[in-house]
Design a protein around this ligand. Structure first.
Ligand code: A3D
Length: 320
């Protein structure tokens, strides 16, 4: 069986990490595309030279030509600019929207059958715009955010409880902004919901509230530490989990920004919800029930996404 082809648009911090992970996990051959001449070529060659040591077979090609994306099975988009300290994700909108137009047109012309995962911020608005620019069917394009936000919450919870991260599940829905929705009722340690663990005395409500808040601000915490950019290891690992579910038809249930057409009362927007990712892309959108409080939290987050989508329409009349 021929190897799969994974195209990475953007060969910066996340793109480079993705390229390395694709090799280490033997998911397929890699094409790295970036406007910065030499960067995708250099990173591709460097990783290819690590392959004999780690023992994986994958071809790497760096390019400035969209035609090299032809036939890609999966495309992961990180092209654009990341945050610097003091910036919100929303500050990136104007610059990254222009990038999404170029990327969308490239995908439309050269790999319209790919499964596309967008990571560029502000995530929910950029994946929405990328779908419009690329014309991809809604089941073939998703945004990566919920897997990362849930992983951050899982890490904090595992540290607090002194248990393996493997036994902690977490559920973070809504838009990828400071009002994202970590849902404690649907987050568990070995199946035991977090509110039960508070009742059992494993932790306190105050500590749980602090972990929820730290999750919401998790991206900013890394930006403030790094000072020159934003997180890349965990974002790359999260997108790879999504790509792997598609390529191997694993049908994993993952929180992702998916195109909603009435689910959760939302129409024609991408918002983080649990979905099943299999060989057909988005195979199912899972609708969970909310308490009044959870519903209000989710609606607030959706309202933030909506204002960013409206801002995109204002900048790019073609999107209106
Ligand atoms: P960075 O290391 O700057 O890489 C971005 C790359 O995009 C650079 O190499 C640029 O040369 C390249 N680029 C810029 N414009 C174009 C273009 N038109 N076509 C092709 N390539 C282009 O950033 P990064 O890898 O750290 O982050 C990439 C994006 O991911 C940023 O927008 C971040 O804000 C975002 N991000 C999202 C999350 C989520 O959870 C959603 C997490 C972390 C970062």
């Amino acid at each position: 069986m021929a190897r799969k082809k994974i195209a990475l648009i953007g060969a910066g911090q996340i793109g480079g990490t993705l390229a390395h992970l694709v090799g280490l996990k033997e998911l397929g051959d890699v094409v790295l595309f970036d406007i910065a001449e030499g960067v995708p070529q250099g990173k591709g060659l460097d990783i290819a030279e690590s392959a004999p040591v780690d023992g994986f077979d994958a071809a790497y090609k760096g390019t400035q030509d969209y035609a090299d994306l032809a036939g890609a099975d999966v495309v992961i988009v990180t092209a654009g600019v990341p945050r610097k300290p003091g910036m919100s994700r929303d500050d990136l909108l104007g610059i990254n929207l222009k990038v999404m137009r170029a990327v969308g047109e490239g995908i439309k012309a050269h790999c319209p059958n790919a499964f596309v995962i967008c990571i560029t911020n502000p995530l929910d608005a950029m994946v929405w715009a990328l779908q419009k620019f690329s014309g991809l069917p809604a089941n073939k394009i998703v945004g990566m955010a919920g897997v990362l936000d849930s992983a951050r919450f899982r890490h904090f919870l595992a540290e607090e409880f002194g248990v393996s991260v493997e036994d902690v599940t977490a559920f973070v829905l809504g838009g990828h902004g400071d009002d994202m929705c970590p849902l404690v009722r649907y987050s568990t340690v070995a199946g035991i919901p977090l509110p039960d663990l508070v009742a059992m005395g494993w932790t306190t409500q105050e500590k749980l509230d602090a972990m929820v808040e730290r999750t919401r601000k998790g991206g900013g915490e890394i930006v403030n530490l790094l000072k020159t950019g934003s997180a890349y290891y965990a974002p790359a690992a999260s997108a790879i989990a999504m790509a792997e579910s598609y390529l191997k038809d694993k049908r994993r249930v993952l929180p992702c920004a998916a195109h909603l057409t009435g689910q959760y009362g939302v129409s024609d927007m991408f918002v983080g919800v649990p979905i099943v990712i299999g060989a057909n892309g988005v195979e199912k959108i899972v609708e969970v029930s909310f308490t009044q409080e959870e519903k209000a939290m989710f609606e607030k987050s959706v309202a933030s996404v909506k204002s960013l989508v409206e801002a995109c329409k204002g900048i790019e009349p073609a999107l209106a």
